[in-house]
Design a protein around this ligand. Structure first.
Ligand SMILES: NC(=O)c1ccc[n+]([C@@H]2O[C@H](COP(=O)([O-])OP(=O)(O)OC[C@H]3O[C@@H](n4cnc5c(N)ncnc54)[C@H](OP(=O)(O)O)[C@@H]3O)[C@@H](O)[C@H]2O)c1
Length: 235
């Protein structure tokens, strides 16, 4: 049976990926910062869900998880954990806007959204390489596309996603000889804690579409940046 490792699996899109892969009969290595207190994991339960403690900014937790999972094939690693940072639009918090930048906030957002997925790739590449499907997927955002700019500021978030796009596009070439498919997906604006209640998409629908895209990915797709509906974003 296929195995997925999902970061940020305790809520939002990560929880939805976890739920849907479990429903489809996969084993899910559900990673979050505090799995022992995750009510969502208790609700999902079952022997197919393995809670894993990972804070994507904390190398020790990633190294410990990699040790825990040594020898375990991982068909799909989903780098989903992420933060938006201060949201000037909704909360009058300007700390990632020009003229108001909080550089500690910017560094934190880069640590989570950019370095986190890269670190996960370094730690689990052998697990992915030893699997049947060999897919490394990172949840990016349309706000990380330079060629398809949306209005607004949010410099910390935008740069963090543009940077992970570059890192994963580069990694796609590096990992191609091992037949590892590297994918970047934009879920669209979804109704999660991050997206808020007024967002366009139900997380279940977006995740179902992204799962279908992941299912169809071949090595010929490596390095592509796709929206949930299959539209290819310009970089
Ligand atoms: N929702 C949208 O409209 C939207 C649009 C485009 C892209 N995205 C991307 O989709 C992904 C998921 O977003 P979401 O909407 O599901 O967000 P969310 O509901 O706010 O959930 C974020 C998840 O990331 C986890 N996380 C944050 N920092 C972490 C860290 N240092 N280590 C491990 N986990 C951490 C959170 O864990 P805790 O519970 O411990 O905080 C939570 O599980 C993100 O990468 C986001 O940028 C979302």
């Amino acid at each position: 049976m296929p195995v997925a490792l999902v970061t940020g699996a305790n809520r939002g899109l990560g929880l939805e990926f976890t739920r849907q892969y479990l429903d489809a009969g996969w084993r899910v290595l559900a990673a979050c910062r505090q799995p022992e207190t995750s009510e969502a994991f208790v609700e999902l339960g079952g022997e197919m869900l393995t809670p894993v403690a990972i804070d994507v900014t904390d190398h020790d937790t990633i190294a410990a998880a990699a040790q825990q999972l040594a020898g375990q094939a991982i068909d799909v690693l989903i780098n989903n954990a992420g933060v938006f940072g201060p949201n000037s639009g909704q909360h009058n918090d300007w700390r990632q806007n020009f003229g108001h930048m909080d550089y500690d906030v910017w560094a934190d957002v880069l640590r989570i959204n950019t370095m986190g997925p890269f670190r996960m790739a370094e730690a689990f590449v052998e697990n992915i390489a030893s699997s049947e499907q060999k897919k490394l997927v990172t949840i990016s955002s349309s706000l990380g596309s330079i060629g398809d700019p949306e209005k607004g500021q949010h410099f910390a978030y935008r740069t963090s996603k543009a940077a992970i796009n570059m890192a994963m596009a580069t990694l796609a070439d590096e990992l191609a000889p091992q037949d590892i498919v590297v994918g970047l997906l934009d879920p669209g604006w979804c109704r999660t804690d991050m997206g808020g209640g007024g967002a366009d998409f139900d997380p279940a629908d977006s995740v179902a579409r992204m799962r279908a895209l992941i299912e169809g990915m071949t090595i010929g797709d490596t390095g592509r940046f796709l929206r949930h509906d299959g539209y290819e974003h310009p970089w």
